[in-house]
Write a protein that binds this ligand. Structure first.
Ligand code: UDP
Length: 219
């Protein structure tokens, strides 16, 4: 076997990304000479998940292969960071996966570990950090700057000239108003934008905003 590919996480996120990863291996003519498995630390012994072998990380490390690559398919950004650090320590390459239907326009930079689900579109001159997750039908329009470990639920509408800092989470169907090149709209580090929120102005680091227009969540 040339390469052993791992989808880290065998829950909702991982099971949705496995067929996207297989599609990519077939597109790149790598499927026949490689193997792809789930990695999940909740497993004590190998089992099957949706017809694929699933094993824990210790077993993955112990499996012989010329090369190993891993996509971290877990929505929680803190867990993604923890696993990314572990992979780096073990010299295992982070893998990026994108669907056949994903559209990437000109002059886009995307760092390692991205998961771009079916029907995601990335507009021109966008820069994206490590381990970005963009779920089904999300888009990132022109001139956006996305940090590390940012997570988009399905159908996020991220318009042009928006800067989203590390670890932010954007909920399903949220709409973020476009900024301008001299004044981008900023979503701060670790902020959470609730599902369906309409964000019209900057969101401070760590804030949770909901509603239309989006306002801080009062508990
Ligand atoms: N998980 C893991 N190692 C970790 C943390 C989580 O293998 O250090 C697995 C966990 O056992 C679970 C999956 O990752 O199966 C996360 O699933 P969850 O439903 O919480 O999230 P989602 O799939 O929606 O991202």
């Amino acid at each position: 076997m040339n390469c052993l590919y791992g989808i880290y996480g065998a829950s909702g996120c991982g099971r949705s990304l496995m067929p996207v990863a297989v599609e990519q291996l077939k597109r790149d003519n790598l499927y026949r000479q490689s193997q792809i498995v789930f990695i999940d630390d909740a497993l004590e012994e190998n089992k099957q998940v949706n017809g694929y072998t699933a094993m824990n990380y210790t077993q993955f490390k112990a499996t012989e292969a010329k090369d190993k690559k891993v996509l971290i398919a877990i929505a929680n950004s803190g867990i993604r960071k923890k696993i990314a650090d572990k992979l780096a320590e073990d010299n295992i390459t982070m893998w990026s996966v994108l669907a056949d239907s994903t559209i990437i326009m000109d002059a886009v930079e995307i760092k390692e570990g991205a998961a771009l689900s079916p029907f995601v579109t990335i507009g021109a001159n966008v820069s994206i950090g490590k381990c970005f997750h963009a779920n089904l039908y999300s888009y990132v329009e022109h001139d956006c700057v996305i940090g590390d470990y940012v997570t988009f639920a399905p159908r996020v509408n991220c318009n042009g000239n928006i800067h989203i800092h590390d670890y932010a989470y954007i909920g399903t169907g949220a709409v973020i108003k476009q900024g301008t090149s001299d004044k981008p709209l900023i979503i701060g580090k670790g902020a959470i934008v609730g599902m369906g929120a309409v964000v019209t102005k900057d969101v401070p680091a760590g804030a949770i905003v909901i509603g239309n227009p989006a306002k801080p969540l009062v508990k």
